[in-house]
Ligand binder design. Structure first.
Ligand SMILES: Cc1cc2nc3c(=O)[nH]c(=O)nc-3n(C[C@H](O)[C@H](O)[C@H](O)COP(=O)(O)O)c2cc1C
Length: 190
């Protein structure tokens, strides 16, 4: 019913292109080793027909969750309150060249953040954090190399659900489930 048979056609229509500086936020849900749900916001770095990429600190809780259980969900509310895309899938380590290229494309602020977003730094009082931040920026005025603990993940979708609002009718979802050789489409109430 007017939807493309390939969900990636809708992703291209819905999300900003990879070279658009405006990056969508997404809620990344993971499962802890004791089976509890966990969630946090991350930026979508880029996507391809393989899946959705995000980048983070290898020492973070989310990475610990993923290493032990690769099942994840991504929830995009984009743009505003009119569209929601929920992706269910498996996360895997992104290729090293993708991780490097993504780091180079980050703003200087986000590059520095990858260096200083540590547990030790978080324990310092505000003034000390600001002093160390400014000193680090000055020491690396010629640029930041990629820190060792900076990693990226590719989320390969097994299910993608597109929710659309409609001021003149009920909201509705179109769900795509990966099946052998293609996608199975279902229409669901919203
Ligand atoms: C708008 C927004 C964007 C964020 N983007 C990222 C991101 O791309 N990568 C990241 O590691 N953390 C990002 N964060 C911080 C995470 O939400 C989270 O606090 C942090 O990664 C630690 O999560 P964890 O302890 O569950 O691993 C972002 C937070 C906000 C509010």
């Amino acid at each position: 019913m007017n939807e493309p048979t390939n969900p990636w056609d809708l992703v291209i229509e819905w999300l900003p292109a990879n070279d658009d500086p405006e990056r969508p936020q997404m809620t990344l849900s993971t499962v802890t080793v004791s089976g509890e749900a966990d969630a946090r916001t991350v930026l979508l770095t880029e996507y391809s027909s393989d899946g959705f990429f995000f980048h983070t600190d290898a020492m973070s809780r989310k990475v610990d969750n993923i290493v032990k259980n690769s099942a994840v969900a991504l929830t995009f509310l984009w743009p505003g309150f009119t569209r929601q895309l929920v992706v269910q899938g498996r996360a895997e380590l992104a290729p090293a060249d993708e991780i490097m290229a993504a780091y180079r494309r980050r703003s200087p602020y986000l590059q520095q953040l990858a260096w200083q977003n540590t547990f030790e730094f978080s324990q310092l009082p505000l003034e000390e954090r600001r002093t160390r931040w400014a000193a680090f920026a000055q020491e690396h005025a010629n640029g930041f190399g990629q820190p060792e603990n900076w990693v990226g993940f590719l989320v390969r979708p097994t299910r993608m659900t597109f929710w659309t609002s409609d001021p003149d009718a009920a909201s509705r979802r179109v769900e795509y489930r990966a099946s052998s050789g293609g996608w199975t489409i279902a229409h669901l109430p919203g």
